[in-house]
Design a protein around this ligand. Structure first.
Ligand code: ZN
Length: 185
């Protein structure tokens, strides 16, 4: 298990489209384990492959102790509207209100290669949409009004020097408690 470096705003990979996953290999399973570990250490509820420098179309999420891998996910139905605050592990310390569909149905493949369908609302729906956006080069700041985006980017311009090469290194603390053991994958 290893902790992965997180790419932050400015790294071009965050703006690229991903490639659909065609085969679930051991390497991919290891990537998923590392992504979960990295997400938990960073105290996130979602992490998409481009955020760790990868081009596979997959993300991991965990809202309300429900860890899920979504491979080649797609929103197949969306309804309602809801505004809520979002942040992103790739834009640390920057937050903004984003309006998104309140309820979504997402179709994806799981790590066993089975097709799954998720009905989501609330934070879970928001998280799924945020991660799926990442898989297509889109970030939450893209939804902000011009003024709010300008203020978010000005906050970021003061933060970004902490991340040379657009890389955010998480400290791997061996004494930390494992709230989410491997079995939960
Ligand atoms: Zn994000």
């Amino acid at each position: 298990m290893s902790i992965l470096d997180i790419r932050v705003l400015g790294d071009p990979i965050l703006r690229e489209d991903t490639k659909p996953v065609t085969e679930i290999t051991d390497e991919l399973r290891a990537l998923v384990r590392n992504m979960f570990e990295t997400m938990y250490l960073a105290k996130g509820i979602g992490l998409a492959a481009p955020q760790v420098g990868r081009t596979e179309r997959l993300a991991v999420v965990d809202v309300d102790d429900n860890p899920l891998v979504i491979i080649n996910p797609e929103v197949v139905h969306a309804e309602g509207k809801e505004k809520g605050e979002e942040g992103c592990l790739s834009i640390p310390d920057v937050y903004g209100d984003v309006e998104r569909p309140a309820r979504v149905r997402v179709r994806a493949t799981d790590l066993d290669g089975k097709q799954i369908e998720l009905e989501a609302d609330g934070l879970f729906a928001r998280c799924l949409q945020h991660e799926i956006d990442h898989l297509h080069g889109k970030l939450f700041i893209d939804y902000l009004s011009v003024l709010k985006r300008r203020s978010a980017l000005s906050k970021w311009s003061k933060e970004k020097d902490k991340y040379p090469g657009f890389i955010r290194k998480l400290e791997d603390d061996p004494t930390r408690t494992h709230e989410h053991p491997d079995e939960e994958l």
